[in-house]
Design a protein around this ligand. Structure first.
Ligand code: PEP
Ligand code: MN
Length: 285
């Protein structure tokens, strides 16, 4: 384990916790991760239908999200639960992206999906269960699209950072780390958000670091507080699950924010960011 490098903090004001001179911003077209602004990704856990995806996309955009999330292939604990629409979703994804003028990040679960997914996403998501899938990481290292690398739920920070290197050694420097909660002895909530890992990765690597409060806590009512905590701690952004009717969601409904929850969360998020002197990344009007 490396020792903690705190040199950048010695003269730091609270306002430069994220501009520590280390983070190298990653561009996803016109969206910057790890720059002076805080970046919000939102959308459903799974893309379920054209109506559900479009409604969610329009709602999160109007409340300030700059990029969309949405799973096409889902890695579920049980093989009997919804596995994602798969290629069926490709029939309408482009139309939703065009109508909303947004870009998509979606999870890749198998290296063979690169060819098809590349047409629809501007950033690949590597899920927690695949952080150790070195064959997948190596393939993504050969692409030139950014990769959001989620931390394995039982992975040491050191293993997470080494996983990122599997992508960068291939020549793809566009890695964004995502802390999404880890397994601890605590079972009251789905996982435990490790903000230590966020501040550690910010202090010791050049990767932008974002937080997924939805999977970290797994309880709708508690998601906003953790999103705000992530912003206050100096994360570069968040990725949040939103569903127009969470009770009908085919995956992760219990942690999906409603459209109005998301709006409320964004309003206070902006106030918190203002308090710590960081602007919210907004789309050009
Ligand atoms: C997801 O983003 O919906 C997901 C499955 O996340 P994770 O890989 O963090 O469990
Ligand atoms: Mn999910």
């Amino acid at each position: 384990m490396k020792t903690l490098d705190t040199t950048h903090l010695s003269s730091a004001q609270p306002t430069d916790l994220w501009t520590n001179g280390k983070t190298r911003p990653v561009q996803v077209q016109n969206i910057t991760f790890g720059g002076p602004e805080f970046t919000v990704i939102a959308g459903p856990c799974s893309i379920e239908s054209s109506e559900q995806f479009l409604t969610t996309a329009q709602a999160v955009k109007s409340s300030g999200a700059v990029m969309l999330r949405g799973g096409v292939w889902k890695l579920r604990t049980s093989s009997k639960t919804f596995q994602g629409l798969g290629p069926e979703a490709f029939a309408f994804i482009k139309e939703v992206l065009k109508q909303t003028e947004m870009m998509l990040v979606s999870e890749i679960t198998d290296p063979r999906q690169i060819e098809i997914l590349d047409d629809y996403v501007e950033m690949y998501q590597v899920g927690s269960r695949n952080m150790h899938n070195y064959a997948l990481l190596k393939e993504l290292g050969q692409t030139r699209k950014p990769v959001m690398l989620k931390r394995g739920f039982s992975a040491f920070v050191d293993e997470w950072l080494k996983a990122a290197e599997y992508i960068t050694v291939g020549g793809n420097e566009g890695v964004i780390l995502c802390e999404r909660g880890i397994r601890t002895f605590e079972t009251a909530t789905r996982n435990t958000l490790d903000l230590n890992a966020v501040v550690y990765a910010k202090a010791n690597t050049h990767f932008p670091v974002i937080v997924d409060p939805s999977h970290a806590v797994g309880v709708r009512k508690l998601v906003p507080q953790l999103a705000w905590a992530a912003a206050a701690a100096g994360a570069d952004g968040i990725i949040v699950e939103v569903h127009p009717r969470p009770e009908e969601a085919l995956s992760d409904g219990q942690q999906a924010l409603t459209v109005s929850d998301f709006k409320m969360m964004m309003q206070r998020l902006e106030a918190i960011l203002t308090a710590v002197g960081r602007p919210l990344h907004k789309l050009e009007k």
